[in-house]
Each structure stands twice: as C-alpha cells, then as structure tokens.
Design a binder for this molecule. Sequence first.
Ligand code: SF4
Length: 314
Amino acid sequence: MNLMTKEKPYNTLNAFYRYKFGKKVFKIPLNGNFTCPNKDGKSGYGGCIYCSESGSGDYAGNKLLSLKDQFEQVKKMMHNKWNDGLYIAYFQANTNTYGTVKRLRYLYETALSLDDKIIGLSIGTRCDALNEEIYDLLSELNEKTYLQIELGLQSIHDETSTFINRGHSLKCFDEAVKELRKRNIEVVVHIINGFHIETKEDMLATVKHLNKLNIQGIKIHLLHLIKNTKLGNMYLKTPFKMLTLEEYVDITVAQIEILNPNIIIHRLTGDAPKELLIEPQWSLKKFVVMNEIDKLLRSKNSYQGIKYLKNNLR
Ligand code: SF4
C-alpha cells in the first residue's frame, strides 16, 4: 500500500484510516485497569526500566472511571473539533491481554458497544500475555470488528532487552507475530530509539528485522526519561548520553528509508507529560520533531522504503 504524498513521504496512520474508512478516525484511549506480567512476577519484577507508574499509558484514561465514562470524556473533547469522525477504542496502559478470557471478552465487548461510531479495537500487549485461548478470542473479535494488536518489542538486541529488563525474548515476540498473522490479525509493533547502549546501526537492525516479519504497522518512539522510573533515576544519579534532536531525526529518517513501503507508520516520536519528563526536553516540541523529519526526507528527495529493496536483497 502506498499512501505517500509530497508533504508526507511515508504512510501515515491518518492517510491509512481515511483510505480504509473514508473518514477521520480517532483512537480513544481506555484504561481497563490491567497490570503487566513484567511487574507482577510472571515474567519479571519491577517492569521495564523506563516504564512510568501509569504503565506507559500516561494519556490512557482514568482507571477509576467506567469505560463508558472514560469514553464520554474523550469523545466530548474530540467532538469540539470533529463531529464527523469515527472511533477506535484503544486499550493502551499496561498489558491489555493479561487477564482471563472471561474478563477480556467482557472489556472488549463493552468497549465495542459504547458508541455506534466505534468501528474497531486496538489492544496494546506483550508476547508473554498471549496464549491459545486468547488467540482464539482475538480471532473471533477479528471476524466481527476491525482489530489491531499493538505488540511491544522496543529492540531486537539481547543486551538491550537485559538492560531494560524487558522480560521476554525476541523468539517469544517473533512467535506471537506469527500466531497473530496466522489468524489474519493486524500487527503494529512498538520500538524505541535512543537507548544509550545502542548505536544507529543497532536501531536500524531492529527495523531490518521487522521487515522480515509480516507486520502491518510500526510505532517509533523516542526514549523518554520519566520521573520516578528506574532509568530516570539512573540518569539523575549518573547522566548518560541522550539523543539530540538532530541525531533522532537522522536515525528515524534512516529507519523510514529502509522500512518496507507497505507498513503504516503510526508514530514517529512520542509524547510525555511535561511535568514528568526529565529528558530530552526538546521532545516537548513534538511538531518541531515531526517537521524536521519531514524536512530532511523532502530535502533528500527521499521516502519510505527508498532503500528497502537494496537492503532486502543483501
Ligand atoms: S511491558 Fe509495558 S507496562 Fe509492562 S513494564 Fe514494560 S513498559 Fe511497563
């Protein structure tokens, strides 16, 4: 699929949704009050070292409210700007397949029934919170609605996974992608750029690996150091190298250039609440980051996948 334009020389999520649904589509974050197998001891304790208190869902809705109330709150805000849009209910915080099938079914079905304009579900999870029973449930959902599974990976490198206390292997991730695709479920993968123990080549290698898998979307995040996280505290004690804006743009553009041109790019940076962010402070100007990425691509006459074929033939 090629949805690139001169202005946006890569497949944006916005263009993809307009192409698929003919309208603007908003993802509405809902908090199902999940925890994570990397926190409660099933796979690990303490969680990933960059994970915030909210389970990497700082904008993910108030877990103390019902799904209905969470949805209505966000819908009201969206409605002021767009009253013609469609919605995807997005379970974002923590690990949103980590529960019994009964509970998961209840939450997903409740979310889908909140409004006529909800046309699908997006579920953020990890490979170690999926099993046969859950695959069956997801497969059933995939038959009746539009479903995206957002699978965290962050990096393909063992050294990085150990350093960030990721708690699962690359093999576990690859197998989950395979199982989801066997059931024709859309897979969106999260990666993070900016761990100080990784080089640009390491970050490119993560994208090259994803090119070999059958994935439909990617979210490229910038590493944020958040207050009261292990990594944030580590930095405050002994500062280490963080990416500059120029370095982030250079790496991300290089990743876009080698990325399979059929993959939809859901994100090209990240956002963290100002009051929680330690570094990089330049990331608060999200539009500047996006503009710099677009500007560099345009100045080179470049686009998503321009080097994909070359890399793939190697
Ligand atoms: S997988 Fe997500 S929720 Fe779980 S510890 Fe890591 S970042 Fe936090």
